[in-house]
Design a binder for this molecule. Structure first.
Ligand code: ASP
Length: 439
Protein backbone atom coordinates (compact mmCIF):
# COMPACT_ATOMS: atom_id res chain seq x y z
CA UNK A 1 0.00 0.00 0.00
CA UNK A 2 1.37 3.38 -1.06
CA UNK A 3 -0.07 6.70 0.03
CA UNK A 4 0.79 10.25 -0.92
CA UNK A 5 0.16 12.66 1.92
CA UNK A 6 -0.10 16.37 1.26
CA UNK A 7 -0.14 18.83 4.14
CA UNK A 8 -1.48 22.38 3.77
CA UNK A 9 0.06 25.53 5.23
CA UNK A 10 -1.95 25.56 8.45
CA UNK A 11 -0.82 21.97 9.15
CA UNK A 12 2.80 23.16 9.00
CA UNK A 13 2.57 26.65 10.47
CA UNK A 14 4.86 25.96 13.47
CA UNK A 15 6.81 23.23 15.28
CA UNK A 16 3.74 22.05 17.17
CA UNK A 17 1.86 21.49 13.90
CA UNK A 18 4.93 19.75 12.42
CA UNK A 19 4.87 17.33 15.34
CA UNK A 20 1.23 16.46 14.67
CA UNK A 21 2.15 15.86 11.05
CA UNK A 22 5.11 13.69 12.09
CA UNK A 23 2.81 11.57 14.28
CA UNK A 24 0.35 11.14 11.42
CA UNK A 25 3.03 10.08 8.95
CA UNK A 26 4.72 7.70 11.38
CA UNK A 27 1.45 6.08 12.37
CA UNK A 28 1.15 4.34 8.98
CA UNK A 29 3.99 2.82 7.03
CA UNK A 30 2.19 3.38 3.75
CA UNK A 31 2.55 7.19 4.11
CA UNK A 32 5.76 7.19 2.13
CA UNK A 33 5.53 10.23 -0.09
CA UNK A 34 5.01 13.63 1.49
CA UNK A 35 4.08 16.89 -0.22
CA UNK A 36 4.27 19.94 2.04
CA UNK A 37 2.97 23.48 1.51
CA UNK A 38 4.79 26.52 2.90
CA UNK A 39 4.12 27.46 6.54
CA UNK A 40 0.70 29.11 6.78
CA UNK A 41 -0.88 31.35 9.38
CA UNK A 42 -0.10 30.54 13.04
CA UNK A 43 -2.96 32.64 14.33
CA UNK A 44 -5.68 34.96 13.02
CA UNK A 45 -4.09 37.99 11.41
CA UNK A 46 -0.75 36.24 10.82
CA UNK A 47 0.81 36.26 7.33
CA UNK A 48 1.49 33.13 5.26
CA UNK A 49 5.13 32.62 4.32
CA UNK A 50 4.15 32.62 0.62
CA UNK A 51 2.67 36.10 1.01
CA UNK A 52 5.79 37.29 2.87
CA UNK A 53 7.91 35.98 0.01
CA UNK A 54 5.88 37.87 -2.58
CA UNK A 55 6.18 41.11 -0.56
CA UNK A 56 9.86 40.49 0.00
CA UNK A 57 10.51 40.02 -3.70
CA UNK A 58 8.45 43.09 -4.60
CA UNK A 59 10.43 45.14 -2.06
CA UNK A 60 13.67 43.90 -3.64
CA UNK A 61 12.37 44.99 -7.06
CA UNK A 62 11.65 48.48 -5.74
CA UNK A 63 15.08 48.70 -4.12
CA UNK A 64 13.28 48.56 -0.81
CA UNK A 65 14.50 46.98 2.42
CA UNK A 66 13.82 43.39 1.44
CA UNK A 67 16.42 41.98 3.81
CA UNK A 68 14.27 42.78 6.80
CA UNK A 69 11.37 40.72 5.42
CA UNK A 70 13.76 37.94 4.47
CA UNK A 71 15.02 37.87 8.06
CA UNK A 72 11.42 37.59 9.25
CA UNK A 73 10.91 34.62 6.93
CA UNK A 74 14.15 33.04 8.12
CA UNK A 75 13.07 33.35 11.72
CA UNK A 76 9.81 31.53 10.90
CA UNK A 77 11.83 28.53 9.72
CA UNK A 78 14.36 28.78 12.53
CA UNK A 79 11.53 28.76 15.05
CA UNK A 80 10.30 25.48 13.52
CA UNK A 81 13.79 23.95 13.35
CA UNK A 82 14.48 24.88 16.96
CA UNK A 83 11.08 23.70 18.13
CA UNK A 84 11.75 20.30 16.56
CA UNK A 85 15.28 20.19 18.08
CA UNK A 86 16.84 19.55 14.68
CA UNK A 87 20.56 20.03 14.11
CA UNK A 88 20.06 21.46 10.69
CA UNK A 89 20.54 24.86 9.15
CA UNK A 90 19.03 26.75 6.22
CA UNK A 91 21.69 29.50 6.36
CA UNK A 92 23.26 28.56 3.06
CA UNK A 93 19.89 28.33 1.33
CA UNK A 94 18.97 31.78 2.61
CA UNK A 95 22.27 33.17 1.30
CA UNK A 96 21.44 31.81 -2.18
CA UNK A 97 17.88 33.16 -1.97
CA UNK A 98 19.17 36.61 -1.01
CA UNK A 99 21.49 36.72 -4.03
CA UNK A 100 18.72 35.53 -6.33
CA UNK A 101 16.30 38.15 -4.98
CA UNK A 102 18.91 40.83 -5.61
CA UNK A 103 19.37 39.50 -9.14
CA UNK A 104 15.55 39.52 -9.53
CA UNK A 105 15.41 36.03 -11.01
CA UNK A 106 11.63 35.77 -10.88
CA UNK A 107 8.51 36.17 -8.76
CA UNK A 108 7.58 32.50 -9.14
CA UNK A 109 11.03 31.52 -7.90
CA UNK A 110 10.49 33.80 -4.88
CA UNK A 111 7.11 32.29 -3.99
CA UNK A 112 8.35 28.74 -4.49
CA UNK A 113 10.97 29.08 -1.78
CA UNK A 114 8.29 28.69 0.88
CA UNK A 115 7.63 25.10 -0.15
CA UNK A 116 11.28 24.41 -1.03
CA UNK A 117 12.53 25.36 2.44
CA UNK A 118 9.65 23.66 4.21
CA UNK A 119 10.37 20.51 2.20
CA UNK A 120 13.94 20.56 3.40
CA UNK A 121 12.89 20.94 7.02
CA UNK A 122 10.31 18.18 6.62
CA UNK A 123 12.82 15.79 5.02
CA UNK A 124 15.32 16.42 7.82
CA UNK A 125 12.62 15.93 10.45
CA UNK A 126 11.31 12.66 9.00
CA UNK A 127 14.62 11.31 7.75
CA UNK A 128 13.08 11.07 4.26
CA UNK A 129 14.86 11.89 1.01
CA UNK A 130 14.37 15.44 -0.33
CA UNK A 131 13.42 15.60 -4.01
CA UNK A 132 13.46 19.13 -5.44
CA UNK A 133 10.23 19.71 -7.38
CA UNK A 134 12.25 21.75 -9.93
CA UNK A 135 13.81 18.46 -11.08
CA UNK A 136 10.60 16.48 -11.43
CA UNK A 137 7.65 18.81 -12.18
CA UNK A 138 8.01 20.17 -15.69
CA UNK A 139 6.37 23.27 -17.21
CA UNK A 140 6.43 24.15 -20.92
CA UNK A 141 7.70 27.40 -22.43
CA UNK A 142 4.33 29.08 -21.83
CA UNK A 143 4.26 28.16 -18.18
CA UNK A 144 1.70 25.34 -18.53
CA UNK A 145 2.24 22.01 -16.88
CA UNK A 146 3.78 19.37 -19.14
CA UNK A 147 1.95 16.44 -17.60
CA UNK A 148 3.54 13.71 -19.70
CA UNK A 149 7.08 14.82 -19.00
CA UNK A 150 6.26 15.35 -15.34
CA UNK A 151 4.78 11.88 -15.01
CA UNK A 152 7.91 10.33 -16.51
CA UNK A 153 10.35 12.39 -14.44
CA UNK A 154 8.45 11.86 -11.19
CA UNK A 155 7.91 8.15 -11.81
CA UNK A 156 11.55 7.53 -12.59
CA UNK A 157 12.94 9.59 -9.71
CA UNK A 158 10.55 8.32 -7.06
CA UNK A 159 10.88 4.68 -8.06
CA UNK A 160 14.33 4.89 -6.51
CA UNK A 161 13.07 6.18 -3.17
CA UNK A 162 11.76 4.19 -0.25
CA UNK A 163 10.21 7.43 0.95
CA UNK A 164 10.54 11.06 -0.08
CA UNK A 165 9.47 14.64 0.44
CA UNK A 166 8.52 16.56 -2.73
CA UNK A 167 7.70 20.23 -2.00
CA UNK A 168 4.40 21.42 -3.45
CA UNK A 169 3.38 24.38 -5.62
CA UNK A 170 6.29 24.63 -8.07
CA UNK A 171 8.35 23.00 -10.77
CA UNK A 172 10.59 24.30 -13.51
CA UNK A 173 10.77 24.78 -17.26
CA UNK A 174 13.25 22.84 -19.37
CA UNK A 175 15.79 25.68 -18.99
CA UNK A 176 15.52 25.56 -15.19
CA UNK A 177 13.27 28.63 -14.71
CA UNK A 178 11.23 27.96 -11.58
CA UNK A 179 7.48 28.20 -12.22
CA UNK A 180 4.56 27.87 -9.82
CA UNK A 181 0.99 26.66 -10.15
CA UNK A 182 -1.71 29.14 -9.17
CA UNK A 183 -2.31 29.75 -5.46
CA UNK A 184 -3.09 26.65 -3.46
CA UNK A 185 -1.19 24.63 -6.06
CA UNK A 186 0.46 22.18 -3.65
CA UNK A 187 -2.75 20.18 -4.01
CA UNK A 188 -1.85 19.73 -7.68
CA UNK A 189 1.67 18.54 -6.85
CA UNK A 190 0.22 15.94 -4.48
CA UNK A 191 -2.08 14.69 -7.19
CA UNK A 192 0.74 14.45 -9.74
CA UNK A 193 2.91 12.51 -7.31
CA UNK A 194 0.03 10.14 -6.53
CA UNK A 195 -0.48 9.48 -10.23
CA UNK A 196 3.21 8.98 -10.95
CA UNK A 197 3.81 6.45 -8.17
CA UNK A 198 0.43 4.78 -8.77
CA UNK A 199 -0.61 5.42 -5.21
CA UNK A 200 -3.52 3.60 -3.59
CA UNK A 201 -4.68 6.81 -1.95
CA UNK A 202 -4.00 10.54 -2.04
CA UNK A 203 -4.51 11.97 1.44
CA UNK A 204 -4.90 15.71 1.54
CA UNK A 205 -4.46 16.96 5.12
CA UNK A 206 -5.87 20.36 5.98
CA UNK A 207 -7.63 22.10 8.88
CA UNK A 208 -11.18 20.87 8.27
CA UNK A 209 -12.57 17.35 8.63
CA UNK A 210 -13.62 17.14 4.99
CA UNK A 211 -16.22 18.76 2.79
CA UNK A 212 -19.28 20.05 4.57
CA UNK A 213 -22.78 19.51 3.23
CA UNK A 214 -23.15 23.28 3.06
CA UNK A 215 -21.51 26.58 3.92
CA UNK A 216 -20.90 26.86 7.71
CA UNK A 217 -21.43 30.62 7.45
CA UNK A 218 -25.04 29.88 6.58
CA UNK A 219 -25.76 26.71 8.57
CA UNK A 220 -24.14 26.19 11.97
CA UNK A 221 -21.95 23.05 12.16
CA UNK A 222 -23.15 21.37 8.99
CA UNK A 223 -22.65 17.62 8.61
CA UNK A 224 -19.50 16.34 6.90
CA UNK A 225 -19.84 14.59 3.52
CA UNK A 226 -18.46 11.07 3.93
CA UNK A 227 -18.14 10.13 0.27
CA UNK A 228 -18.53 12.30 -2.79
CA UNK A 229 -17.96 11.47 -6.44
CA UNK A 230 -15.79 13.63 -8.66
CA UNK A 231 -18.85 14.65 -10.66
CA UNK A 232 -20.74 15.75 -7.57
CA UNK A 233 -17.72 17.68 -6.36
CA UNK A 234 -17.47 19.43 -9.69
CA UNK A 235 -21.11 20.49 -9.44
CA UNK A 236 -20.45 21.87 -5.97
CA UNK A 237 -17.07 23.48 -6.53
CA UNK A 238 -18.50 25.21 -9.55
CA UNK A 239 -20.64 27.17 -7.18
CA UNK A 240 -17.73 28.20 -4.99
CA UNK A 241 -16.87 25.50 -2.43
CA UNK A 242 -13.08 25.53 -2.30
CA UNK A 243 -11.17 23.08 -0.14
CA UNK A 244 -9.18 21.55 -2.96
CA UNK A 245 -7.48 23.18 -5.98
CA UNK A 246 -9.56 22.38 -9.08
CA UNK A 247 -6.59 21.14 -11.07
CA UNK A 248 -5.81 18.56 -8.39
CA UNK A 249 -8.70 16.39 -9.51
CA UNK A 250 -7.74 15.46 -13.05
CA UNK A 251 -4.45 13.53 -12.54
CA UNK A 252 -5.79 11.17 -9.86
CA UNK A 253 -9.28 10.87 -11.28
CA UNK A 254 -7.91 9.47 -14.51
CA UNK A 255 -6.09 6.79 -12.56
CA UNK A 256 -8.99 5.92 -10.30
CA UNK A 257 -7.05 6.99 -7.19
CA UNK A 258 -9.34 8.23 -4.41
CA UNK A 259 -8.62 11.45 -2.51
CA UNK A 260 -9.21 11.57 1.22
CA UNK A 261 -9.54 15.04 2.77
CA UNK A 262 -8.36 14.84 6.40
CA UNK A 263 -7.92 17.15 9.38
CA UNK A 264 -4.41 17.38 10.88
CA UNK A 265 -5.90 18.69 14.12
CA UNK A 266 -8.41 15.81 14.37
CA UNK A 267 -6.60 12.84 12.85
CA UNK A 268 -9.21 10.35 14.08
CA UNK A 269 -11.92 11.93 11.92
CA UNK A 270 -12.36 9.93 8.74
CA UNK A 271 -12.77 13.00 6.54
CA UNK A 272 -14.27 12.98 3.07
CA UNK A 273 -13.48 10.42 0.37
CA UNK A 274 -13.60 11.70 -3.19
CA UNK A 275 -14.08 8.80 -5.60
CA UNK A 276 -14.80 8.17 -9.26
CA UNK A 277 -17.88 6.11 -8.48
CA UNK A 278 -19.31 4.26 -5.55
CA UNK A 279 -22.17 1.95 -4.75
CA UNK A 280 -22.15 3.23 -1.19
CA UNK A 281 -25.48 4.89 -0.55
CA UNK A 282 -25.07 8.50 0.54
CA UNK A 283 -26.11 9.15 4.12
CA UNK A 284 -28.67 11.71 3.00
CA UNK A 285 -30.55 11.97 -0.30
CA UNK A 286 -28.50 15.01 -1.12
CA UNK A 287 -24.72 15.18 -0.97
CA UNK A 288 -24.31 18.93 -0.80
CA UNK A 289 -25.85 22.35 -1.25
CA UNK A 290 -23.82 25.20 -2.68
CA UNK A 291 -24.73 28.54 -4.06
CA UNK A 292 -23.74 32.01 -5.03
CA UNK A 293 -25.31 35.44 -5.17
CA UNK A 294 -24.90 38.04 -7.87
CA UNK A 295 -26.54 36.74 -11.01
CA UNK A 296 -28.67 38.45 -13.63
CA UNK A 297 -31.31 36.88 -15.83
CA UNK A 298 -32.05 38.00 -19.36
CA UNK A 299 -35.41 36.73 -20.50
CA UNK A 300 -36.02 36.76 -24.23
CA UNK A 301 -39.51 36.25 -25.57
CA UNK A 302 -40.69 35.74 -29.14
CA UNK A 303 -43.81 34.01 -30.31
CA UNK A 304 -43.23 30.84 -32.32
CA UNK A 305 -39.65 30.76 -31.04
CA UNK A 306 -39.77 26.99 -30.66
CA UNK A 307 -39.94 26.47 -34.42
CA UNK A 308 -37.28 29.02 -35.31
CA UNK A 309 -34.19 26.97 -36.00
CA UNK A 310 -30.95 28.57 -34.80
CA UNK A 311 -32.64 30.95 -32.34
CA UNK A 312 -30.73 29.69 -29.30
CA UNK A 313 -27.43 29.64 -31.11
CA UNK A 314 -27.83 33.24 -32.22
CA UNK A 315 -28.73 34.42 -28.72
CA UNK A 316 -25.73 32.66 -27.24
CA UNK A 317 -23.58 34.05 -30.05
CA UNK A 318 -24.26 37.55 -28.72
CA UNK A 319 -22.95 36.56 -25.28
CA UNK A 320 -19.95 34.87 -26.83
CA UNK A 321 -19.12 37.95 -28.91
CA UNK A 322 -19.14 40.05 -25.74
CA UNK A 323 -16.92 37.54 -23.91
CA UNK A 324 -19.59 36.65 -21.34
CA UNK A 325 -20.01 33.08 -20.12
CA UNK A 326 -23.47 31.87 -19.20
CA UNK A 327 -24.42 29.84 -16.13
CA UNK A 328 -27.82 28.41 -17.09
CA UNK A 329 -30.26 28.62 -19.94
CA UNK A 330 -33.73 27.40 -18.96
CA UNK A 331 -36.33 27.78 -21.66
CA UNK A 332 -40.07 27.70 -22.33
CA UNK A 333 -41.97 27.32 -25.56
CA UNK A 334 -41.63 30.97 -26.53
CA UNK A 335 -39.04 32.09 -23.99
CA UNK A 336 -35.41 31.57 -23.32
CA UNK A 337 -33.65 32.87 -20.23
CA UNK A 338 -29.93 33.30 -19.89
CA UNK A 339 -28.35 33.50 -16.43
CA UNK A 340 -25.04 35.35 -16.25
CA UNK A 341 -22.75 36.78 -13.58
CA UNK A 342 -23.95 40.27 -12.81
CA UNK A 343 -20.49 41.80 -12.51
CA UNK A 344 -19.44 40.42 -15.91
CA UNK A 345 -22.70 41.44 -17.57
CA UNK A 346 -23.43 44.90 -16.21
CA UNK A 347 -20.93 46.91 -18.22
CA UNK A 348 -21.83 45.15 -21.46
CA UNK A 349 -25.57 45.11 -20.87
CA UNK A 350 -26.57 47.53 -23.63
CA UNK A 351 -24.34 45.93 -26.27
CA UNK A 352 -25.87 42.52 -25.43
CA UNK A 353 -29.43 43.80 -25.67
CA UNK A 354 -28.71 45.55 -28.95
CA UNK A 355 -27.04 42.40 -30.27
CA UNK A 356 -30.04 40.25 -29.35
CA UNK A 357 -32.43 42.64 -31.08
CA UNK A 358 -30.25 42.66 -34.16
CA UNK A 359 -29.83 38.90 -34.42
CA UNK A 360 -33.19 37.44 -33.36
CA UNK A 361 -35.75 40.30 -33.37
CA UNK A 362 -37.43 39.28 -30.09
CA UNK A 363 -40.90 40.49 -29.07
CA UNK A 364 -39.30 41.75 -25.87
CA UNK A 365 -36.33 41.33 -23.57
CA UNK A 366 -36.64 41.57 -19.82
CA UNK A 367 -33.85 41.64 -17.27
CA UNK A 368 -33.65 41.00 -13.58
CA UNK A 369 -30.66 41.42 -11.29
CA UNK A 370 -29.64 40.47 -7.72
CA UNK A 371 -30.44 36.81 -8.12
CA UNK A 372 -28.80 33.87 -6.40
CA UNK A 373 -28.34 30.36 -7.72
CA UNK A 374 -28.40 27.33 -5.47
CA UNK A 375 -27.19 23.91 -6.57
CA UNK A 376 -28.63 20.94 -4.71
CA UNK A 377 -26.37 18.05 -5.64
CA UNK A 378 -26.57 14.35 -4.99
CA UNK A 379 -26.13 11.03 -6.75
CA UNK A 380 -28.88 9.77 -4.45
CA UNK A 381 -31.52 11.94 -6.10
CA UNK A 382 -31.76 9.69 -9.13
CA UNK A 383 -33.17 6.80 -7.17
CA UNK A 384 -35.31 8.77 -4.76
CA UNK A 385 -38.77 9.95 -5.58
CA UNK A 386 -40.05 13.25 -4.31
CA UNK A 387 -36.75 15.09 -3.95
CA UNK A 388 -37.87 18.08 -5.98
CA UNK A 389 -41.18 18.08 -4.13
CA UNK A 390 -39.43 18.20 -0.79
CA UNK A 391 -37.17 21.03 -1.89
CA UNK A 392 -40.05 23.15 -3.09
CA UNK A 393 -42.29 22.56 -0.13
CA UNK A 394 -39.37 23.45 2.18
CA UNK A 395 -38.84 26.67 0.24
CA UNK A 396 -42.54 27.49 0.33
CA UNK A 397 -42.57 27.00 4.10
CA UNK A 398 -39.59 29.31 4.40
CA UNK A 399 -41.47 31.91 2.34
CA UNK A 400 -38.92 31.82 -0.43
CA UNK A 401 -40.13 32.67 -3.92
CA UNK A 402 -38.52 30.36 -6.50
CA UNK A 403 -37.58 32.28 -9.66
CA UNK A 404 -36.06 29.45 -11.67
CA UNK A 405 -35.68 25.68 -11.60
CA UNK A 406 -33.28 23.70 -13.75
CA UNK A 407 -32.67 19.97 -13.53
CA UNK A 408 -30.33 18.30 -15.96
CA UNK A 409 -31.19 14.82 -17.16
CA UNK A 410 -28.21 13.45 -15.22
CA UNK A 411 -30.47 13.97 -12.17
CA UNK A 412 -27.32 14.79 -10.27
CA UNK A 413 -28.35 18.31 -9.42
CA UNK A 414 -31.23 20.70 -9.23
CA UNK A 415 -30.44 24.37 -9.72
CA UNK A 416 -32.75 26.86 -8.10
CA UNK A 417 -32.81 30.60 -8.70
CA UNK A 418 -34.01 32.87 -5.89
CA UNK A 419 -33.59 36.53 -5.02
CA UNK A 420 -30.30 37.44 -3.32
CA UNK A 421 -32.12 38.36 -0.14
CA UNK A 422 -33.71 34.90 0.12
CA UNK A 423 -30.45 33.05 -0.45
CA UNK A 424 -29.47 32.14 3.12
CA UNK A 425 -33.00 31.21 4.12
CA UNK A 426 -33.35 28.98 1.10
CA UNK A 427 -30.10 27.13 1.79
CA UNK A 428 -31.08 26.66 5.44
CA UNK A 429 -34.52 25.36 4.51
CA UNK A 430 -33.11 22.79 2.08
CA UNK A 431 -30.45 21.67 4.57
CA UNK A 432 -33.05 21.27 7.31
CA UNK A 433 -35.40 19.16 5.26
CA UNK A 434 -32.75 16.75 3.97
CA UNK A 435 -30.19 16.61 6.75
CA UNK A 436 -31.49 17.91 10.06
CA UNK A 437 -34.73 15.96 9.90
CA UNK A 438 -32.79 12.78 8.99
CA UNK A 439 -30.29 12.93 11.84
N1 ASP B 1 1.87 28.18 -0.53
C1 ASP B 1 1.10 28.36 -1.71
C2 ASP B 1 -0.06 29.29 -1.43
O1 ASP B 1 -0.12 29.89 -0.37
C3 ASP B 1 0.65 27.08 -2.31
C4 ASP B 1 -0.11 26.14 -1.39
O2 ASP B 1 -0.16 26.36 -0.20
O3 ASP B 1 -0.69 25.19 -1.90
O4 ASP B 1 -0.89 29.47 -2.28
Amino acid sequence: MKKVVKFGGSSLANAEQFEKVGDIIRSEESRRFVVPSAPGKRFDGDTKVTDLLYSCYDAAAKDGDFEKILEEIKSRYNEIIKGLSLTFSLDEDFQVIKENFKAQIGRDYAASRGEYLNGKVMAAYLGYEFVDAADVIRFDKNGNLDSEKTDKLLGKRLSKCENAVVPGFYGAKEDGTVTTFSRGGSDVTGSLVAKAIKADMYENWTDVSGFLVTDPRIVKDPAVIETITYRELRELSYMGATVLHEDAIFPVRKEGIPINIRNTNRPDDKGTFIVESTCRKPKYTITGIAGKKGFCSINIEKSMMNSEIGFGRKVLQVFEDQGISFEHVPSGIDTMTVYVHQDEFEEKEQQVIAGIHRLVQPDFVEMESDLALIAVVGRGMKSTRGTAGRIFSALAHANVNVKMIDQGSSELNIIIGVENRDFENAVKAIYDIFVLTQM
